[in-house]
Design a protein. Structure first.
Length: 317
């Protein structure tokens, strides 16, 4: 009976310790997720504000171009009115006004007009075919093989009063701007911040890793498919790129075709928990083992005493 009571006591101790350790595990996971989602919301707001600045500059460009205010003005004043808001757009690589054939009518720079024709660009054909009334965000691109800077473009369709297509207003931005937004945000060892387009192309990652690069297509990965379907949340899964388990925290940027993902290494999240678990686990097992051993010694001593008493009683009789 004594052994049974001790065993029950040991099982109770192990159950309580296990419950407390599991609770600490969940608490560590929730704290990490809460912190990461705060970072996601911060980036979400900054990215949204940046897109709104570019979109506002595009709307102003189109509005001024279609007005009747430019004809009596000097070229310098006209240029200032058209592109006055473009200077507010961070890391911009120029704003362009294109005609229906994709040729540059005017641009925000001060040098001569670029001779590049944009009629074969995806954004141009999207606006030519569709009148969605929304800003279009392109896939990441490099202007030339010699140009190492990755860019994206924001563009809007220009329509005549009868709705026919007459051109496109477009602004280009260096993606390194987002790296500046992400720098200084702590995501722990082996963690990173990602900005991904909803068609699966990586726009920016910080810190940069060898496994992923700007422009890589992630559209077929299970984790990205889950980002799109859920739009906002957290989950733990294995990374196909890094072969590590990660805690993913993500959110779509308002109604824009972008997803912010903060991926944390579970090894880093639970490193302190594992250290504590090993210490407490070892101490608990030592305590329980000692308790069982002492109980066994006590039971053995009682049995020896009972045996000696029976022998003495036999001799006395």
């Amino acid at each position: 009976m004594l052994i049974g009571a001790t065993t029950l006591c040991v099982m109770t101790i192990l159950s309580i310790v296990s419950y407390l350790l599991v609770r600490e595990y969940r608490s560590a996971e929730q704290d990490a997720s809460r912190s990461a989602l705060n970072i996601v919301q911060l980036i979400n707001r900054d990215v949204r504000n940046t897109v709104e600045i570019y979109d506002s500059a595009l709307k102003n460009l189109i509005s001024v171009w279609q007005s009747n205010e430019l004809s009596p003005l000097s070229p310098i004043t006209e240029h200032s009115l058209l592109f006055g808001r473009s200077s507010e757009a961070p890391s911009n690589e120029g704003f362009f006004l294109l005609n229906a054939q994709g040729q540059v009518i005017t641009w925000s720079g001060t040098s001569s007009l670029p001779h590049e024709n944009f009629s074969e660009q995806p954004f141009f054909n999207v606006h030519k075919l569709l009148n969605s009334g929304q800003v279009f965000i392109s896939r990441p691109f490099q202007s030339s093989k010699k140009d190492e800077d990755w860019k994206i473009s924001f563009s809007r369709r220009i329509s005549a009063p009868d709705g026919t297509f007459v051109g496109v207003a477009v602004g280009q931005m260096k993606l390194d701007y987002f790296k500046g937004l992400f720098r200084g945000l702590d995501v722990g060892t082996n963690g990173n911040i990602n900005l991904i387009s909803t068609d699966g192309f990586l726009l920016m990652q910080y810190p940069v890793t060898l496994q992923a690069f700007v422009g890589v297509d992630l559209s077929q990965t299970p984790n990205f498919i889950r980002f799109l379907s859920e739009r906002y949340g957290s989950f733990t899964a294995m990374s196909g790129l890094y072969r590590q388990e990660r805690l993913y925290n993500f959110s779509q940027v308002h109604d824009l075709p972008m997803v912010v993902v903060v991926a944390l290494s579970t090894e880093n999240i639970f490193s302190n928990w594992w250290h504590t678990t090993l210490l407490i686990g070892a101490a608990t097992l030592l305590l329980c083992s000692g308790l069982l051993w002492l109980t066994w010694l006590l039971v053995r001593e009682l049995r020896l005493r009972q045996h000696a008493e029976r022998e003495l009683a036999g001799l006395a009789s």
